[in-house]
Design a protein around this ligand. Sequence first.
Ligand SMILES: Cc1ncc(COP(=O)(O)O)c(C=O)c1O
Length: 343
Amino acid sequence: MTTRIDLRSDTITRPSREMRKAMARAEVGDDVYAEDPTVNELQKKAAQITGKKDALFVSSGSMGNLIPLMILAGRGKEVLTHKNSHIIHYELSSCAAIAGVTPIQVEGERGILTPKNLESHLRDESAYDMPRVGLIEIENSHNKEGGTCYTKDQLKDLQDFAKKNRIPIHMDGARLFNASLASNTPVKKICSYVDSLTFCLSKGLGAPAGSMLCGDTPFINEARRVRKMLGGGMRQVGILAAAGIYGLENNITRLIEDHENAKKLAMVISETSWGHIDLDTVETNIIYFDTPGRKAPEIVDALGKKGIIVGAMGPRQIRMVTSLAVRNEEIDEACKIIRELKL
Ligand SMILES: Cc1ncc(COP(=O)(O)O)c(C=O)c1O
């Protein structure tokens, strides 16, 4: 059999047999009437896990980011976000195109925003001709900066700053559980520093679709309306919610393995002549490395010929992501191939 080790993303995970059984067993109802018992159970569970009052099942992480932009910021406001955030690069400018919000791209080491990075972007609220800052958006873990995570202290500093300036915080926690495990901070603690957050069921947790949006009850009630406005009101969607429940109950603690596998890959890459990586940046399941002497597509191609599928993220940058879609033996095989790849 030819080797095929797919390290492009943790979104390639497929529902396991056990997860599919849970989906087949799911009781369903019309979720637009809030009558799907399995969705209601998932929402209750997500609220409990994050320590928020309420939660809403949404179709994707992108929708989970867009809804708070519409509700907490709103048209004509600014959102302060890291220059490499997912909402800047990979959500088709929906913040501007749909929410009517101006994204302000803020600097921040390894994707982490600090009060120091943010303070120069504050606006004089009494000015008649300036927009107002409506929202701070953070990403934890930070995808494009290499899966990096906030510490408790960094989150606390941000919360103090945001409160002082009366600006809400939304957290894109697509990989919230990775961040919690890697930063050794309980999920509830992380979530206590932000007003709203989203996390994905369809990445490392292995579900085929869906994300959870969490926050206080008035926010979630409004989010339910906005979800419908965006065409995201789904009907007997308990089948998908059952996969999410299964992922939350079975696939969180194993994320540690993905982090260890990412470290193994990073170590091997650091020893090659063609890849450059700062090992200290590898905190979770995402690694980015530079290819200073070669164009990234050349290396992507060479790895592809040996059966390792990865993506170029820039002219001289490659990303690898570990997940339950790639078994430990496959990681060992990938390490061997990378070690032996001569360019
Ligand atoms: C950090 C981050 N936020 C949001 C998303 C969006 O998730 P979705 O693809 O479900 O819209 C992703 C997807 O990769 C992501 O990595």
